[in-house]
Design a binder for this molecule. Structure first.
Ligand SMILES: C[S@@+](CC[C@H](N)C(=O)[O-])C[C@H]1O[C@@H](n2cnc3c(N)ncnc32)[C@H](O)[C@@H]1O
Ligand SMILES: [Zn+2]
Length: 272
């Protein structure tokens, strides 16, 4: 855990700052947290959840292949002027945070995810990034107004907490799937489509605390091998209520490579 990133962390029990203590971290009241061998700190002691090792591995492979590069570019473009700490909530492997950090040496990053498997990867994703296991719904283990920007990419949104950790004028970038995201694949596989009113819901969630600065749709074709098609379904918003084996079997019946299209909204908000 880097000192620059350590500075923005807060004790999940009492909200105080954290300092190094032995091989872990500790707050002045004595709440103590281990730093795992893989480099992330667990600020959700004793519990973990979120994505499994398999889900995280599938997403890592998919993202590494560059299929979602247009989304990563849009996220990094949205934060062009930002310096300071960027907090990624529900960061997964740290893919998007990494792209943002690569754009400027004046940035550090904190990846937060409830999955320890995600944090293992995020901790190693970039030399200027740290990672912590945390549950977005229980409050973010980040000091108030410590973040210059917050990323939220296909992940749970706790508007009050994202607002609290951002400095005034700080930017929030939210990526959400549009109703026609992966539409062809969703139809072919008999999956449930995403709620088409998601944007309105998002606006309502954020309305009191954020001002919309920019929103743009990113739409692009995808040509996927069967494993990638499976990964994109597993990481997407469509509900799949059968076993992974059944999904794999249905994908195997599609003509390869599987052709579909991504459609997402990249929205940038300013903290008010
Ligand atoms: C669809 S993935 C997106 C990951 C990453 N942003 C990306 O796009 O590659 C959603 C992520 O949110 C995490 N997650 C789910 N519930 C969470 C919670 N309550 N707090 C923090 N992270 C959570 C999952 O473990 C998973 O890594
Ligand atoms: Zn404490």
């Amino acid at each position: 855990m880097l000192d620059d990133v350590l500075e923005v962390l807060a004790c999940p029990h009492c909200g105080a700052g954290l300092q190094r203590h032995g091989s872990g971290l500790r707050c002045p009241a004595g709440h103590a947290f281990d730093i795992a061998r893989q480099g992330y700190v667990s600020l959700l002691p004793g519990r973990t959840g979120g994505d499994t090792a398999e889900m995280v591995a599938a997403r890592a492979d998919f993202l590494r292949a560059g299929h979602y590069a247009p989304i990563a570019d849009a996220v990094a473009d949205a934060l062009a002027e930002v310096t300071g700490c960027v907090v990624d909530v529900g960061a997964g492997t740290g893919h998007y945070l990494t792209r943002v950090l690569e754009r400027s040496p004046q940035r550090t990053g904190l990846a937060l995810d409830v999955s320890k498997y995600a944090c293992r990867r995020a901790a190693k994703a970039h030399p200027r990034a740290g990672a912590a296991v945390a549950d977005a719904w229980q409050g973010l283990p980040v000091r108030s107004a410590a973040a210059s920007a917050v990323l939220n990419v296909f992940a749970p949104r706790n508007a009050a907490e994202m607002h609290r950790v951002l400095r005034p004028g700080g930017l929030l970038v939210v990526v959400t799937p549009n109703a026609d995201h992966l539409a062809g694949l969703v139809a072919d596989l008999g999956l449930v489509t995403v709620d088409g009113r998601k944007q309105q819901r998002l606006d309502a969630q954020l309305a009191d605390r954020f001002r919309l600065v920019d929103r743009r749709d990113r739409e692009f074709g995808l040509s996927l091998d069967p494993a990638e098609a499976e990964a994109v379904v597993a990481m997407g918003p469509s509900a799949w209520h059968a076993t992974p084996e059944a999904l794999r079997e249905r994908i195997a019946r599609l003509p390869a490579p599987v052709a579909t299209a991504a459609s997402v909204a990249v929205a940038t908000y300013e903290r008010v």
